[in-house]
Ligand binder design. Structure first.
Ligand SMILES: [Zn+2]
Length: 306
């Protein structure tokens, strides 16, 4: 079958012909219909993260179970903690074998490509808001407006946030944020924010956002590129009883809840998908290059037609 793979770190992905995935007991074989291209994939291609080579990238996957036709989206973590598209082969391919428990049924009316994207960026945004224990009437600020931000705005509005601010250095992204109902803002304009979602990971911005928090406010660290943050523990955290909270991955239960929210029309993730490409290395590498540079696109999905 055709797969687009990473064979050496810091080199372009290649088109490859590999054997059908071996099916062990308890697995299901899934014909892939959509696979999201995530910023993490650009990070893995560049040599960040402990990937197992050679590797088929892609951890935002939706398709149909071979034989039964059941529409499913895939939870990307195996029970043992290994991740699809990182430690085991992922979704930039025609088919994938996964433990049956990882295949989450997609409700009617939710397209494959939306379901695929929900497996990572939307799920991470949802997990962050759950860990933040966002309550109706609280204010939210989003640092870095991309696929995560666009999901987070819709979810925060659904939970009942009073106002949702968006901070980004790219003017066009602020326009997109506004179209989703967020209020474009500069970080130094933020005051008395209850929950900050840091999807950007620029230390100076993170620090300013921490200082904008209301008493008891929470800043959620989601960005994987934030390495160091110099804080004054008394002034920045202790005195106002602020919380700095790390966010990593999400749970299968949250995926089921999210797909149900999409089914009920509470969130519309189709709006986050702004570009589609085929399963070819050249076009996927271009998207990853674009992500490395800082793209204007929210989310790109590989679509496979049958
Ligand atoms: Zn991802």
């Amino acid at each position: 079958m055709h797969a687009v793979r990473l064979t050496h770190l810091a080199t372009p992905l290649i088109d490859d012909d590999i054997p059908e995935p071996p099916l062990v007991s308890g697995d299901v074989l899934v014909d892939i219909r959509a696979a999201g291209i995530c910023h993490s994939d650009a990070h893995y291609r560049a040599g960040g993260g402990s990937v197992t080579l050679p590797l088929t990238l892609g951890h935002e996957i939706a398709g149909v179970v071979a034989g039964t036709g059941q529409r499913v989206a895939l939870h990307y973590l195996h029970g043992d903690g290994r991740m699809l598209g990182k430690e085991v082969d992922g979704g930039y391919a025609e088919r994938i074998a996964v433990p049956a428990a990882n295949a989450v049924p997609i409700p009617d009316g939710v397209p494959f490509e939306a379901a695929a994207v929900m497996m990572c960026s939307t799920a991470t945004a949802y997990h962050a808001l759950r860990l933040a224990a966002l309550r109706p009437g609280e204010s939210v600020a989003i640092l870095g407006f991309g696929g995560l931000g666009a999901s987070a705005v819709q979810l925060a509005q659904f939970i009942g946030a009073s106002r949702v601010f968006a901070v980004d250095r790219v003017e066009e992204k602020l326009d997109v944020a506004a179209s989703f109902g967020a209020i474009p803002a500069a970080v130094d304009e933020l005051r008395d924010i209850d929950v900050v979602l840091d999807f950007a990971g620029h230390p100076a911005t993170t620090l300013q956002a921490l200082r904008s928090l209301a008493r008891g406010g929470r800043i959620m660290i989601v960005a994987i590129n934030l390495r160091e943050l110099a804080i004054d523990p008394y002034r920045d955290v202790l005195a106002a009883e602020r919380h700095i909270i790390g966010v990593s991955d999400h749970t299968r239960e949250e995926l089921v809840e999210l797909l149900d929210l999409a089914h009920r029309g509470a969130i519309d993730i189709s709006r986050v998908i702004t570009r589609r490409v085929g399963l070819q290395a050249a076009s996927i590498n271009e998207v990853l290059d674009d992500l490395d540079r800082g793209t204007k696109h929210l989310r790109t999905v590989i679509t496979l037609s049958f």
